[in-house]
Design a binder for this molecule. Structure first.
Ligand code: C2E
Ligand code: MG
Ligand code: MG
Ligand code: MG
Length: 279
């Protein structure tokens, strides 16, 4: 009886929900095609130190959709995670990023740059993630110590022992870890202490209003103090103005990333204009 009632209730679905569902189904199909047809591309965004010297980049995924144009990862990563497609997509990102790193290795001006790669929780929780990362490094010839994996606090809320074992294994090879969007998620200082983390990344949401918001200043200060006490480096993301950079520097921030130093761009545009900014 209950079953019959459930089945008939299908007819009363909100039509708007059906639209959303079919849009998602279409996008899911598109994501498969994207992977098969090489529609993904990596953009790179600069990371600089206190002296505004380039220290590395973050690889950011872009989807060049054949009809819809560029689609932001914020729009398709959640669906890619739900469908598991993030796994092959993430493997592609790792391979591509490592190939770029390997390319830089022969140029003394670029050989020390780090490459930060975003790793989704779903991807990191796969059994063979360590192998996947090492395979990308080996296949390209990139140096593990140039590779930095950006993970989020949500990963630390899952199976911590398992996460820790994988992180330690990757660290043993030289790979480093940065906690992305720090302060926005579940955070346990106990886990932070136990895990081989090298950097905290202050989330953009604390940076954008930092000039006018004493609360954001306090949060940024707390993250920087925490990082310093734990001998971790700290980078601020989403730095758009000199005033924001100066304030973060005053609070003791190590490194910066944001439109002030360059928007994410294609590899061939990455080093253009570097001289001008420096002089
Ligand atoms: P995220 O890792 O926190 O990356 C920072 C985001 O802030 C990027 O958005 C970047 O373009 C943007 N951004 C950088 N500087 C500024 C600034 O000064 N102002 C403003 N308003 N925004 C700035 P994007 O590229 O759209 O990526 C969004 C998110 O998608 C990323 O956030 C990351 O969580 C995810 N993502 C990107 N690429 C990958 C990937 O290869 N794999 C996975 N799993 N996730 C990715
Ligand atoms: Mg990131
Ligand atoms: Mg971030
Ligand atoms: Mg963010």
């Amino acid at each position: 009886k209950a079953k019959a009632a459930d089945r008939s209730s299908v007819h009363f679905f909100d039509p708007q929900m059906q639209v959303v569902a079919s849009l998602r189904a279409a996008m899911r199909q598109d994501l498969y095609e994207a992977l098969r047809n090489n529609q993904f591309q990596l953009y790179y965004q600069k990371q600089v130190d206190q002296h505004e010297q380039l220290i590395g980049v973050e690889a950011l995924l872009r989807w060049a959709h054949p009809t819809k144009g560029f689609i932001s990862p914020a729009q398709f990563i959640p669906l890619a995670e739900e469908t598991g497609l993030i796994v092959p997509i993430g493997e592609w990102v790792l391979r591509e990023a490592c190939e770029t790193l390997a390319q830089w290795a022969s140029d003394p001006a670029k050989a020390n740059l780090t490459m930060a790669v975003n790793i989704s929780v779903v991807q990191f929780n796969k059994k063979d993630i360590v192998h996947t990362v090492l395979k990308a490094l080996n296949a390209s010839g990139a140096k593990p110590h140039n590779l930095k994996l950006e993970i989020t606090e949500s990963l630390l809320a899952s199976d911590v022992e398992n996460v820790k074992a994988k992180m330690l294994e990757l660290q043993r090879h030289g790979v480093t870890f940065s906690i992305d969007d720090f302060g926005t998620g579940y955070s346990s200082l106990l886990y932070l202490k136990q895990l081989p983390i090298h950097q905290l990344k202050i989330d953009q949401s604390f940076v954008s209003d930092i000039i006018d918001s004493p609360n954001d200043q306090a949060i940024a200060q707390a993250v920087i103090t925490l990082a310093t006490a734990m001998h971790l480096s700290v980078i601020a993301e989403g730095v758009e103005t000199e005033a924001q950079r100066a304030m973060l520097q005053g609070l003791g921030c190590d490194a910066y990333q944001g439109y002030l130093f360059g928007k994410p761009c294609a590899l061939q545009d990455l080093f253009m204009g570097t001289q001008e900014r420096r002089s």
